[in-house]
Design a protein around this ligand. Structure first.
Ligand SMILES: Nc1ncnc2c1ncn2[C@@H]1O[C@H](COP(=O)(O)OP(=O)(O)OP(=O)(O)O)[C@@H](O)[C@H]1O
Ligand SMILES: [Mg+2]
Length: 493
C-alpha cells in the first residue's frame, strides 16, 4: 500500500458532493472512488481495498449509521470520516463514539477538509506500517525459535561432544555426548565454570588464548587431550558477536582412543615383523659374502654373478626394513635418540664421499660447500639419514651429466642445509604429496629407479623431531632444491 496511490471511498447520495470530492482529492494525488449509498459502498468494499472512507449520514436505502456500524465491524482498520450538515453535529459525535475517526461539516472548508483527510491517511499509513513491522517481528521470532530448536536437536544427536563458553569462560551450552566423553554423570548447572567441567590445563589455556582474540574467523586450534583412559581430539574456535568481538569459544570433541590404539598396534606389528625379518636376512647376507669371497671354495663366473644379484636384492630388502623401522620410530615419537654436539661439515663430507663412486657411475658430479658453521645439537644418525636420503634422491632422479650441490651455512640461531640438483624436477601437483609415506612420482625418465617412497617421509619426520623445517622448490626438467632449517640448539637441552 505504501508505494501505491491512497484510495479514498466517498459515499454520498449528492452528486455534487461526490464530484467535488473527486475533483479536490484527485487533484491532490488521491485515487477517489464513489458510491451513492451504503449498500453500494459495502459491495464496493467487498472487492476493492480502500484506505479512508468519507461517509454521508443522510442517505436513502441504508442510513449512514447503519453503514458505519457494518463497515466498522467488517473493516476495523479503515478510518471513516463522517460528512455531516451543521444541524446534525450531535449525530456525528454519536458516530465518533461508535468508532468513526473524525467528522467534517458541509459545506466543506477546503483547507480543513484536506487536513482532516491527510490526518486520516497518515493514521492509516502508520497503522499499516506498524502492523507490517509487528508481523515481521513475529515471523523473525518464529524463524529464530525454529532455528534454535533445529540446532538443539542437531547438537543433542551428535556423536561428538560440543562445548560452548561465554566471555567469562563459563560453559553455556553442551550436549549429552560431551558429558559422556568427559565422564560426567548427572545434571550440570548452566552457566558453569569451565573448571568444573574439565580439568585439562592445555585445553583451558587454549580457550583463554582464543578468548583473548588470538584467532581470526575460520581459524581453529586442534589438540589431543587425555580424559581418564580416553584420548580426545579437541577442535576449538572463537565465537564472534555482531560487533566482531570474541564473545566466547566453541569446542568440538571427538573420541580418537580407538584410532590411537590401532595406530600403536600397527606400529608394534610393523616393528615386530621388521625385526624378525632382519636377523635371518643379515645372516643370509653374511653367508653369501663368505661364499662370494671364495672362502667356501672357488666359484665359477656365472655362479658369482647370480650370488651377487641375490646379495644386492638382500641389500634392498634390508634397506626397506630399516626404513620401516625408522618410520615406526618416528611415529612413536622416538626419532631423536641422542642429542649431542654434531660436526655438520664432517657428516656432510663423509656422506658425500661415500656417495661419490655411485654418483660417478651414473655420470653425476657431487659438490658440497660449508660456510659459517657452528656445531649443532642433534642426533648424528638422524642427520646422516637426512643427508643420505636427499643426496641419494638427487643422484637417482638426475640424468647423466647432472650436478648435485650440498650447501650448509649458519644463519643466526639456525643452520640451513640445501640439496640442489639439476634433475627431472617435480611438477607442482606432485610437490605436496612427495613427503607422504609410500608416495612415488610416476615419471617416464625415472621408472627404472628402485625405491619404496619412504625416504622423504623419514627425512621430514627426523627434521621435525629436531624442531626444524623442510621445504622444496622444483622446476620440471630443470631441477629440485630441498631446503632444511635446523635450530643450532635442540630444544630438549
Ligand atoms: N630430487 C628429486 N628430484 C625429482 N624427484 C624427486 C626428488 N626427490 C624425490 N623425488 C620424487 O619423490 C618421490 C618420493 O621420494 P622418496 O625419497 O620419499 O621415495 P623414493 O626415493 O621413491 O624411495 P626410497 O624410500 O627408497 O627413498 C620419489 O619417488 C620421486 O618421484
Ligand atoms: Mg628416496
Amino acid at each position: 500500500m505504501m508505494n501505491e496511490k491512497i484510495k479514498i471511498l466517498v459515499v454520498d447520495d449528492e452528486k455534487v458532493v461526490r464530484d467535488g470530492c473527486q475533483r479536490v482529492l484527485g487533484g491532490k494525488g488521491y485515487d477517489v472512488i464513489t458510491a451513492i449509498n451504503g449498500k453500494e459502498a459495502l459491495e464496493l468494499l467487498s472487492n476493492t481495498p480502500v484506505d479512508v472512507i468519507l461517509l454521508d449520514l443522510k442517505m436513502p436505502v441504508m442510513s449512514g449509521e447503519e453503514m458505519l456500524e457494518k463497515a466498522i465491524s467488517l473493516y476495523p482498520d479503515i478510518p471513516i470520516i463522517i460528512i455531516t450538515g451543521h444541524g446534525t453535529i450531535d449525530k456525528a459525535v454519536e458516530c465518533m463514539k461508535m468508532g468513526a475517526y473524525d467528522f467534517i461539516t458541509k459545506p466543506f472548508q477546503i483547507d480543513e477538509f484536506l487536513i482532516t483527510i491527510k490526518r486520516a491517511v497518515e493514521k492509516r499509513v502508520l497503522e499499516q506500517k506498524s502492523k507490517a513491522y509487528e508481523e515481521e517481528k513475529k515471523r523473525n521470532l518464529y524463524d529464530l525459535n525454529l532455528e534454535k530448536s533445529r540446532l538443539r536437536t542437531i547438537i543433542n544427536c551428535m556423536a561428538n561432544g560440543v562445548m560452548v563458553t561465554n566471555r567469562n569462560l563459563e560453559v553455556v551450552l553442551h550436549n549429552p555426548a560431551l558429558m559422556r566423553l568427559l565422564e560426567i554423570s548427572g545434571e550440570i548447572k548452566n552457566p558453569v565454570s569451565i573448571h568444573e567441567i574439565i580439568n585439562n590445563e592445555d585445553l583451558i589455556s587454549t580457550l583463554k588464548q582464543i578468548q583473548s582474540g588470538a584467532l581470526d574467523k575460520q581459524e581453529s586450534i586442534s589438540q589431543e587431550i587425555k580424559v581418564g583412559k580416553n584420548i580426545l581430539r579437541a577442535i576449538s574456535a572463537p565465537a564472534f558477536g555482531p560487533d566482531n568481538g570474541v564473545v566466547g569459544t566453541v569446542t568440538v570433541l571427538e573420541d580418537i582412543t580407538a584410532f590411537k590404539r590401532l595406530d600403536e598396534m600397527k606400529s608394534d606389528f610393523v616393528n615386530m615383523v621388521a625385526h624378525e625379518l632382519r636377523s635371518p636376512l643379515v645372516s643370509i647376507k653374511q653367508q653369501l659374502t663368505v661364499i662370494l669371497e671364495g672362502l667356501a671354495g672357488p666359484l665359477q663366473e656365472k655362479q658369482k654373478e647370480f650370488l651377487e644379484k641375490g646379495s644386492n636384492k638382500i641389500d634392498t630388502l634390508l634397506e626397506l626394513i630399516n626404513d620401516l623401522l625408522d618410520i615406526a620410530k618416528i611415529e612413536a615419537g622416538h626419532a631423536v635418540q641422542h642429542h649431542v654436539k654434531v660436526d655438520l661439515e664432517k657428516i656432510i663430507k663423509d656422506t658425500v664421499e661415500l656417495m661419490i663412486p655411485r654418483a660417478k657411475k651414473q655420470g653425476i658430479e657431487v659438490q658440497y660447500l660449508c660456510s659459517n658453521l657452528a656445531p649443532i645439537q642433534a642426533d648424528p644418525k638422524g642427520i646422516e639419514e637426512i643427508l643420505n636420503n636427499l643426496i641419494t634422491n638427487a643422484i637417482n632422479y638426475s640424468p647423466e651429466g647432472g650436478k648435485v650441490t650440498i650447501n650448509a651455512k649458519g644463519m643466526g640461531e639456525y643452520v640451513e642445509i640445501t640439496v640442489k640438483d639439476t634433475g627431472v624436477g617435480i611438477s607442482e601437483e606432485e610437490l605436496p604429496k612427495i613427503f607422504d609415506k609410500f608416495y612415488r612420482v610416476k615419471h617416464p625418465k625415472t621408472r627404472q629407479v628402485m625405491g619404496t617412497g619412504l625416504g622423504l617421509s623419514i627425512v621430514k619426520g627426523i627434521v621435525e623431531a629436531h624442531h626444524g623445517t623442510i621445504d622444496v622448490e622444483s622446476v620440471p626438467d630443470k631441477g629440485t632444491t630441498f631446503r632444511i632449517l635446523l635450530p643450532l640448539i635442540g630444544s630438549d637441552e
